[in-house]
Design a protein around this ligand. Structure first.
Ligand SMILES: Cc1cc2nc3c(=O)[nH]c(=O)nc-3n(C[C@H](O)[C@H](O)[C@H](O)COP(=O)(O)O)c2cc1C
Length: 355
């Protein structure tokens, strides 16, 4: 078998044909970016994390995090919280919406305002509660949707308890585990422990999807080969580079991947902004003080940093990103940057220079 092959993964009732998942990344992976990744061959996506309390109270803003751009499938909705009843109520609501293919419980977010309330990574400090949440979420939504858990190897280097937490959620009925091989205290820096990911994979019956430390397209295959996981979840390396997912399909099909051309990059940025504007236009006036167009331009800013890093003229654009600008002005500036050319071409499957 080729070193570039992957097998479908069965997550409860959901079969994911190509087990390469786009990681949820708050502030980045809304419907506009997720749909671009799916179109390039990404196997499945997950929403940004959504507060269970917010959903339960029907906060309008919370609901926007669950907006999709057209038909995005397979897609998981990710919820966070530490009150089992609220998590179950949110899960029931999401299952009722019939828009999602699985439901993911966030047990890994290290942001202080989340983890200090006991949500996200805070759940790893209370494995019994983490399992109870999965049990109640499963009871509320498990008939309709597979339930997954995205977690980390531990809270900090001294308290690595992933074998305990994942045994608990498996016994509580989780259908798969997304495992980020870092502890919460380092957030997103430093190496991801693939050895421990491999150990968890060996210990669990449910599928384990590895995450963390994938720096190139070929690392996806390497992670699966070296750890035995059932699939890989790709985070930051896909930002500004949805073609990473095309590269993976090319490797698997025995084709030499090719870097995205400047025309493809230009078309993707224009389309990304168009989709952001469409998503923003769905929001109410109260939510959008600046209007849909200016807000969409603001949302695109961190993506532009990723798309255009490595282009000679990027510095000039970066200095204007703090300004409010309409879509026509922003895209004209993007086109000017693209015309300056790259400092050097990134080899296919590799991150762009200085990424
Ligand atoms: C800006 C940013 C936002 C993130 N938001 C979420 C989130 O909403 N939910 C979640 O489970 N993980 C979140 N993560 C963690 C990623 O899903 C992923 O686990 C992490 O980036 C490690 O993967 P990587 O090394 O491939 O980037 C976020 C990470 C980043 C960098």
């Amino acid at each position: 078998m080729s070193v570039y092959s992957l097998q479908p993964v069965q997550i409860g009732s959901l079969r994911v044909e190509w087990p390469v998942f786009l990681a949820p990344m708050a502030g980045y992976t809304d419907g506009a970016f997720r749909s671009l990744c799916l179109e390039q061959g990404c196997g499945a996506v997950v929403t940004e994390m959504v507060s269970a309390q917010g959903l339960m109270r029907h906060h309008v803003r919370t609901g926007y995090y669950l907006e999709t751009w057209g038909e995005e499938h397979p897609i998981g909705a990710q919820i966070y919280g530490s009150d089992p009843a609220a998590m179950a109520a949110a899960a029931a609501q999401i299952a009722e919406a019939r828009k999602f293919d699985f439901l993911d419980v966030n047990a890994g977010c290290p942001m202080p305002k989340i983890r200090n309330r006991g949500d996200g990574a805070g759940l790893m400090r209370d494995p019994a509660k983490m399992a109870e949440i999965v049990r109640q979420v499963k009871a509320a939504a498990g008939e309709k949707l597979p339930v997954t858990v995205k977690t980390r190897i531990g809270w900090c280097a001294d308290t690595i308890n992933v074998l305990e937490t994942t045994a608990g959620v498996e016994a509580a009925g989780a259908d798969a585990i997304f495992l980020h091989g870092r502890v919460a205290s380092v957030r997103h820096s430093g190496p991801s422990d693939w050895n421990l990911i491999a150990e968890v994979k060996r210990a669990r019956r449910v599928p384990v999807i590895g995450n963390g430390g994938i720096k190139t397209a070929t690392d996806v295959f390497r992670m699966v080969r070296e750890t035995g996981v059932d699939g890989a979840m790709v985070g930051r390396v896909a930002l500004g580079n949805p073609w990473l997912f095309r590269d993976l399909r090319d490797w698997a099909a025995g084709r030499e991947p090719r870097p995205a051309t400047t025309d493809e990059l230009r078309a993707a940025i224009h389309e990304h902004l168009r989709r952001e504007m469409e998503l923003m236009a769905r929001k109410g006036k109260k939510e959008l003080k600046l209007g849909a167009e200016l807000t969409a331009c603001l949302v695109l800013r961190p993506h532009l940093v990723r798309y255009l890093r490595g282009y000679r003229g990027f510095g000039a654009l970066a200095r204007t990103l703090e300004e409010r600008q309409d879509a026509a002005t922003l895209l004209r500036r993007v086109d000017e940057v693209l015309a300056t050319g790259r400092k050097c071409e990134a080899p296919a499957g590799e991150p762009a220079p200085d990424q």
